[in-house]
Write a protein that binds this ligand. Structure first.
Ligand code: SAH
Length: 236
């Protein structure tokens, strides 16, 4: 079973949206497991303090290294080899290939920051890997952790209806996906492209590839530059 352990100051946020639909059904079927640990259980003093003012001054508060490490050390066994991801806007941007690698492993440990973030020393000392979900700032790591988990869980065996969906999607071939259509055939005077109704699978495939390429070129030319090397020519 793929196991996720989340360290957070707001365990009540979990499973939250992960408890419904695809990920929720997979959770109920024990395809994956989710455990949330309240960092505040290791808070200090009567008020269970977890944060303190930044050394050197400045706004906001910082999660203490001693508190977070106590929470991690109590919540994880030493042999636990799952990647320990600290959600952080400074981290490496999450990609579909990283998601695939995570989904192929035993699970993940996700550590959610709050306030200004966490004391730098605990990142080093506990080997936390910073991961970002994009170039913007959230108020906490919880929603980012849910993003990571949602992306991973849908790839676990038996979660998506069709094994094939997932392979043709945006990013999987280094391209954005082609457009989709469904009934009705005509809607507000707009028709489904004729080729998709032709039943000619080779033509449909070629049309979809051309559309994926066109849309990627228009919207994300950066992806074309980064595209994985093409396999043997399809004509071969
Ligand atoms: N002072 C920090 C921002 C802190 S935001 C800075 O300027 O970098 C508070 C917490 O939200 C962070 O500790 C992190 O856990 C989470 N967070 C914010 N934006 C994020 C993002 N883009 N990706 C992942 N986590 C994020």
């Amino acid at each position: 079973m793929w196991r996720a352990t989340v360290f957070t100051l707001f365990p009540q946020m979990f499973p939250g949206p992960l408890g419904v639909s695809l990920s929720g059904e997979a959770l109920a079927r024990n395809v994956w497991a989710l455990e949330s640990k309240d960092i505040r259980d290791h808070g200090l003093g009567r008020h269970r303090a977890v944060d303190d003012t930044p050394a050197g001054g400045g706004p906001g508060m910082v999660i203490r290294a001693d508190v977070l490490s106590a929470s991690l050390d109590a919540g994880l066994v030493a042999e636990d080899a799952r990647p320990r991801l600290l959600l952080s806007p400074r981290g490496a941007a999450l990609t579909q290939s990283r998601v695939r690698a995570l989904a192929a492993g035993d699970g993940a440990v996700l550590i959610c920051g709050r306030f200004e973030g966490v004391d730098e020393r605990v990142i080093e000392a506990r080997g936390l890997e910073e991961v970002s979900i994009g170039d913007y700032v959230l108020s906490g790591g919880e929603i980012a952790a849910m993003v990571v988990l949602d992306a991973c869980v849908r790839l676990l065996p038996g979660v998506m209806g069709k094994a094939a969906s997932g392979v043709e999607e945006s990013f999987e071939a280094g391209l954005l996906e082609y457009p989709h259509f469904t009934r009705p055939r005509a809607w507000e005077g707009r028709e489904i492209p004729e080729v998709l109704l032709s039943g000619d699978h080779a033509r449909i495939k070629a049309w979809r590839e051309a559309e994926a390429l066109r849309i990627t070129r228009e919207r994300r030319p950066d992806l074309l530059a980064k595209r994985p090397a093409r396999g043997p020519s399809r004509e071969a």
